[in-house]
Design a protein around this ligand. Sequence first.
Ligand SMILES: Nc1ncnc2c1ncn2[C@@H]1O[C@H](COP(=O)(O)OP(=O)(O)O)[C@@H](O)[C@H]1O
Ligand SMILES: [Mg+2]
Length: 375
Amino acid sequence: MKIEKLFPLGGPVPEEDIVDRENFLNSLTTRLLGGQSITLAGPRRIGKTSLALEVLRRLKKEGCYTAFVDLFRISDRRGFALSLIDACLENRTGITKTASELIKNIKNIAGSASLALKLRDLEIDFRLLERDRDEDRLLDYALDLPDVLAGKEKKQMVVVFDEFQEASRIAGREIYKKMRAHFQMHQNVSYLFLGSKEDLMKNIFATSKQAFYRFALTLPIPPIPEDAWTEYIAGKFDSAGFGIDEDSIREIVKLTGGHPQDTMIVCSEVYHSLLETFEKKLSLETVRIGYERALHALSPLFDRIIDEINENPHSARVLKRIARRERVYSRKERPNNIKRAIDFLMAKGIIEKSGRGVYKFTEPMLQEYILRQLS
Ligand SMILES: Nc1ncnc2c1ncn2[C@@H]1O[C@H](COP(=O)(O)OP(=O)(O)O)[C@@H](O)[C@H]1O
Ligand SMILES: [Mg+2]
């Protein structure tokens, strides 16, 4: 028997595994088509990249040009410029690395002829693409290419920058001003900015001192409702030939709080323990086993998050209290320090407000992990 990967883990999820979010996807697609630029900020592993890629698939079907640039993978200005150029030109040439093809062919005029012909109207200075040329000119060219391309084709274009907060690491803080200066002139392009460092993203988009102030609308990413999860999970186990048990499925979603990646990991571990024990039906017992395995699988990641929080002693103390469901304010500490700790934890996406003065973990499995360390 071939054991298939029943639940998508790790990377962006394929269309058929995107749970719920239909309304949100619709709204994103329509706004971007209408020329509205958008920012989505939220912690890692909640499905930002998956959303963006699905939006691009839908926009493509509408005849839109699209480009996706992941800033996390880029190390310098030239790399940034070339990635954007490649992502833009792929719409025209159908190949992913047009720029390197062009560079390879600079000396081989015959080889480049057909490619160059396809790009003739875009006024690319091929020599600029080579290493050690004027990087600023290359970047300026790249930053305007989406609008030039879309204008020539009389198309709407949507450009996604994933992990946008990395731009300053790649090209220094002044890159935001530069980008804004280019993008605000663009008539045919809307931008979708994704970021996993909420505090940095806020800084880029929300404060008037920063260059992107009011350039894009910031939308909150809605949670995936419990019913959408249970329906999806039941369908998946059923499709793999397992008997469904409503209580067990509810238990999975209760344990994970519906957190996108955590829920997928638990489901996947439950699935594997079913296979290993030759059981044919979901049960609370297999859910318990799957949950423990998932917690174990997540521990390196959780340890990293905890290390980061421990660098800030107030935050570490406050987080422990939230984990134990105790009051966050204590007489022994200055309210200001606690307030700052809460802001820090919220900015990191670790906790969210659930009432007046009440906070909860965005990821119940992290809460459980911390509680176990405390006991
Ligand atoms: N809408 C969704 N439905 C189901 N699972 C999801 C969804 N979005 C994300 N996931 C799960 O979360 C993981 C991380 O998704 P990803 O889009 O890479 O998140 P991000 O970009 O926010 O880090 C996916 O591999 C998948 O397991
Ligand atoms: Mg991502």
